[in-house]
Design a protein around this ligand. Structure first.
Ligand code: BDR
Ligand code: CA
Length: 313
């Protein structure tokens, strides 16, 4: 089967970096048309820089990287340096990127790609706030019908929130954008905290990355060394949750994940619960399903896949 064409929309972020590396290590299943950066974990200047650093780490300077929106649609930007460090990619000592940033705006790249490629052949993989995707849908509504699928990391039901008591970071940062995406009618698959909090980098799993002995394996181990301190302290968990790699792992091994096709609405009014993903897991609302909301992952299978693929870079 031909590899799936994808656009990775991202705010790297150590876990975004691992998600990108997994995609770039899997050319039989995934063809990365481009990487679009968005403001999120850190400001856009840094996410656009970090995305290129990750491509260079993978030896893939041929992958075009575009800068997109530098702030959410209708709110001030909220960032997460407290989790990811000052640069967003704290941990390993990686060189500044030398590959150029593309001149085209990320939103235009998303629109042009969906119009150029055959309908139903491009999958969007958002790993950060949904600002770029929503802007593209607002600017060019014709592209929504051409999207094959949106596989995104965001939201939570059982785990509720990580940036506020009610909301997950990616959705909280730009709830209006999330609302536009969840109303788009596109096929949507969601990796919420309910799944990603089960994909924990325990010490033996991180040792396995380090034991690869390659620049990629060592950098990934150092990224999770840094990133885990926050969640270990906050949740008392066994290691860092690899949120975003669940998206790219799903493209390769969907059988590792289970979930439900349900209705998901985004809270955009109440300040108290802003950005909450109101997921009708128990199917009590009578509202039409609009997303496959994942609930579980085979974590051992996920880490076996990740380690095996990172070894290829
Ligand atoms: C999400 O927020 C970011 O901090 C991570 O990169 C991930 O995309 C988890 O809530
Ligand atoms: Ca992210």
């Amino acid at each position: 089967m031909a590899p799936r064409k994808i656009i990775i929309d991202t705010d790297p972020g150590q876990d975004d970096a691992v998600a990108i590396l997994l995609a770039l290590a899997s050319p039989e299943e995934i063809q990365v048309l481009g990487i679009t950066a968005v403001a999120g974990n850190v400001p856009l200047r840094l996410t656009a820089r970090n995305a290129r650093m990750v491509c260079e780490l993978a030896g893939r300077t041929d992958v075009p990287v575009y800068a997109g929106c530098d702030r959410p649609l209708g709110r001030e930007l909220v960032t997460a340096e407290h989790v990811h460090g000052k640069t967003g990619l704290d941990g390993p000592d990686l060189p500044e990127p030398t590959m150029p940033l593309q001149e085209t705006h990320a939103v235009d790249f998303i629109i042009d790609s969906l119009r150029r490629e055959a309908p139903g052949t491009v999958t969007l993989c958002p790993l950060g706030p949904l600002t770029n995707i929503a802007m593209a849908f607002e600017k060019a509504p014709d592209i929504m019908a051409r999207v094959a699928e949106i596989v995104l990391m965001g939201g939570a039901y059982f785990e509720v929130g990580n940036i506020t008591p009610a909301a997950e970071f990616n959705i909280y940062v730009d709830p209006q954008a999330a609302h536009i995406v969840f109303k788009s009618g596109c096929k949507i698959t969601v990796m919420p905290l309910d799944v990603t909090h089960k994909a924990l980098v325990t010490t033996p799993r991180n040792d396995a990355f380090r034991a690869l002995g390659t620049p990629v394996g060592i950098a990934v181990a150092e990224m999770t060394d840094f990133f885990e301190r926050f969640d270990k302290e906050k949740y008392g968990s066994a290691g860092a949750p690899l949120h975003d790699p669940c998206v790219t792992a799903y493209l390769i091994r969907p059988d590792l994940f289970t979930g439900r096709f349900i209705n998901v609405e985004i809270e955009t009014h109440s300040e108290l619960t802003m950005g909450m993903t109101v997921a009708d897991w128990w199917r009590v609302s009578g509202r039409a399903p609009n997303a496959t909301f994942m609930g579980d992952v085979d974590a051992d299978g996920f880490f076996a896949l990740l380690t095996e693929r990172l070894a290829r870079l």
